[in-house]
Design a protein. Structure first.
Lengths: 198, 198
DNA sequence: CGCATGTGAGACATTGATGTCTCATTATGG
DNA sequence: CCATAATGAGACATCAATGTCTCACATGCG
């Protein structure tokens, strides 16, 4: 504690600003710097002191999103146990970041001159590796590529975050909805006469 | 003056402009009116003669998206045969519009003062009704609500359109990827018929 | 208490997109 | 061939967001 400096209100909680901005931009991706500042309870000037500009803010959000994603990946221990359980843990751990990820997912198109891209690539690889492990262990079907399964997971995370935010489904169902659909699909599998062929 | 009948057929192909704009905005949702005009091969002035402003353009795209969606819904004959086959037909029919839908899906947040909203609601209802029919017929599991299945379908359509546009999966796999994941899930099931070979 | 720091409020110029206008050009149809 | 109409090019004002700046205020610290 001795190394912490106690000043005035002490350098506006950067993390709080980022999370508020994430929550706002998730709902309204075109929100103004002024709106972001008001949402965070600070002035535009102060916001601009902490983040050089809108670009820097979005970059910071991207870094936050990557960090939270990797934390979730670590916490989910993707290498341990059945792959299906690892997927379940992953979705559970990543849920709090789903909104932010959904925002970044749509905003990323703007960053063609990538740089943080390596962070996303690393995350993609770790998730794809999980699906690949599940395929090799015989748990997952092999006609759906790990790349597609990874992307589909992103899409489902975004859809679920959206529909929960809209209040059209209960927040508690978040993990169940995604995991059950992603792993089991919409079809009933215990009924007789099930046939799958196209 | 009798309104323009069939005078100079120079009349810029409105549909072509819309589809070009859709393609561009799908890739870069912040594209300028000038960029849209250039992409469509017309001048900004002409673009502005046909669409009062950016708002009007996006509205027109929304109408186009709704129309294409409803055409797909009609062509898929959702009421006929097994629900799972209807889902397959739906995805196949809706594929060409997936990019446009993905764009509108993210852009819709801006339309809080809805008006076209009724169009989307009607589409939502028709798709949700399909999933409900599948549940009642015993084909689909009942622990995943039609609302969620509908939203999940949108998410998967968007993800698939994106990953195909990125060139990370083959365009030919579009329908298969979505239908198999949405209906069957990633898990291998020990039921008859599921593709598990090589 | 006085100093330093961080903040809020607001003025200001800048930038980029937009909407509107005019005018010349081209193509169409009678 | 001529009148009409649609287009392209560009000038122009407008507007909103941004980035930068100054100044006053509050609070922590010596």
């Amino acid at each position: 504690m001795s190394h912490m400096r106690y000043c005035c209100l002490m350098a506006v909680d950067r993390d709080h600003v980022l999370r508020t901005a994430a929550a706002l931009l998730t709902r309204k991706s075109t929100a103004t710097m002024d709106e972001v500042a008001k949402a965070a309870g600070i002035s535009r000037a102060t916001l601009h002191r902490h983040f050089a500009g809108r670009d820097a803010l979005v970059r910071a959000l991207e870094s936050l999103g990557i960090a939270e994603c990797e934390s979730a990946l670590d916490a989910a221990r993707l290498d341990e146990g059945p792959a299906r359980d690892a997927v379940h843990r992953l979705v559970r751990e990543i849920e709090p970041a789903a909104g932010l990820l959904a925002f970044l997912y749509t905003e990323n198109q703007l960053f063609e001159g990538e740089q943080q891209n390596i962070g996303w690539a690393r995350i993609d690889d770790r998730i794809a590796a999980l699906f690949r492990r599940g395929q090799q262990s015989g748990e997952f079907r092999i006609d759906l590529s790990p790349v597609w399964l990874t992307e589909a997971l992103y899409g489902l995370l975004g859809s679920a975050a959206w529909v929960v935010a809209e209040g059209r489904v209960a927040r508690n169902d978040f993990t169940h909805m995604i995991v059950e659909l992603l792993l089991g699909g919409a079809l009933r599998h215990h009924t007789t006469g099930q046939r799958e062929e196209s």
